[in-house]
Design a protein around this ligand. Structure first.
Ligand SMILES: NC(=O)c1ccc[n+]([C@@H]2O[C@H](COP(=O)([O-])OP(=O)(O)OC[C@H]3O[C@@H](n4cnc5c(N)ncnc54)[C@H](OP(=O)(O)O)[C@@H]3O)[C@@H](O)[C@H]2O)c1
Length: 343
């Protein structure tokens, strides 16, 4: 029976681990959550507090550090760290031995499937440096991790949704992993759809994610909406110049009845993943893999991306000063809009 080894005890990783652990008695599958620092210390001694629209529950999780974890044949690795931590986590995992009983049968990079969950479009390429069997997901969830030991998820009727696919040449291992993930995540309360165009789906989600950084800036909603439109239009033009396929926006809707955010839980628009990093005062954030991905592709393909590069620069500098929210700088972005727009 396969086991999920989820790396990263943050919003997505903890929510997934909790939902899968709650399912364990019915499907006998096990889940191990790889954590570090204060989260690891806390979850070793205490259950996770999962807060959802159906109420709060405390769920004891199996936790370990990467170094403590013994990997086994049949494990499915799920990378739920932020994009800026993907390379480190993948390289730390890659050459760990994998056991079948007492026998060592190879390394994680050679033997096990690895499933990415990151926003942006570079995580799969990064893990492919080490891993032979890469599966990609686009995760649509309104999850909040701002306090150690607690995760809030606003979704209803599903906890969240995911699109899953094989970004590179399929292997027997990736095919099995897609089947395993789809079945287990559905049983755990997610809406899941397989797709043959996961790269294009991730590009579509990036058109949304390039606006995430606006949530940490002070300023009025209408100005942010107009800057957001400019960020998205510019990102689309850059992705097209780079020859990156983009799926129709509708592909991200798996069930039209699904609602993500929940005001009472404080999750959803306004407090998404990047906002959470800045609110925690985390010393790193994902902007360099969202707006920074647009900046990188613009430079490689000799086109301009002034709105995305300015937002990246604003938040990059703010992050170095320790983060925080309601930050100044929106005027630098509105100044880039055509005259007469957003003043
Ligand atoms: N939050 C959402 O609602 C949401 C929705 C859709 C997609 N996403 C995407 O999902 C991905 C994960 O985001 P998130 O919001 O879950 O991030 P997060 O809350 O910051 O959680 C990431 C966790 O990974 C941990 N981590 C990093 N490197 C590690 C390592 N080597 N070993 C063990 N733990 C490690 C971090 O620990 P430290 O705290 O010590 O750094 C952190 O606890 C991102 O790409 C995000 O854009 C998020």
């Amino acid at each position: 029976m396969s086991r999920f080894v989820i790396v990263g005890a943050g919003a997505v990783g903890s929510a997934l681990a909790a939902a899968l652990t709650e399912q364990e008695q019915s499907d006998r599958r096990q889940t191990l959550l790889i954590a570090r620092g204060r989260a690891l210390e806390h979850l070793r001694e205490n259950p996770l507090l999962l807060r959802t629209v159906t109420g709060d529950r405390r769920i004891p999780l199996r936790v370990a550090s990467i170094e403590d974890a013994t990997l086994r044949v049949g494990d499915v690795l799920v990378l739920a760290v932020k994009a800026q931590h993907v390379a480190q986590a993948a390289s730390d995992l890659a050459w760990r031995p994998v056991f079948d009983g007492d026998a060592e049968v190879g390394t994680a990079a050679e033997v096990l499937p690895i499933v990415t969950t990151q926003n942006g479009i570079d995580a799969e390429e990064t893990v492919a440096r080490w891993f032979a069997h890469v599966v990609a997901t686009t995760v649509l969830i309104a999850a909040r991790y701002t306090e150690v030991g607690e995760v809030r998820v606003g979704g209803r009727p599903y906890l969240g949704s995911a699109l899953i696919g094989e970004p590179y040449a399929p292997t027997r291992v990736t095919r099995n992993a897609v089947d395993t993930v789809a079945a287990a995540w559905v049983a755990a309360g997610f809406a899941v759809r397989r797709t043959g165009e996961i790269g294009a789906v991730k590009a579509t989600k990036l058109l949304h994610s390039v606006k995430n950084g606006l949530e940490v800036l002070a300023g009025d909603d209408e100005a942010k909406r107009q800057v957001g439109e400019a960020l998205e239009a510019e990102a689309r033009a850059v992705l097209e110049a780079a020859g990156r396929p983009i799926a129709d926006r509708g592909v991200l809707v798996i069930d039209p009845d699904q609602r993500g955010g929940d005001a009472d839980l404080g999750v959803g628009q306004g407090t998404q993943s990047t906002w959470q990093s800045f609110a925690r005062g985390a010393d790193s954030h994902e902007i360099d893999h969202l707006n920074g991905e647009i900046a990188r592709l613009a430079r490689l393909h000799r086109v301009e991306a002034p709105v995305n590069t300015t937002l990246q620069a604003l938040l990059g500098a703010a992050g170095q000063r320790g983060g925080g929210i309601d930050l100044p700088g929106l005027d630098r972005l509105t100044a880039l809009l055509p005259a007469g727009v957003a003043g």
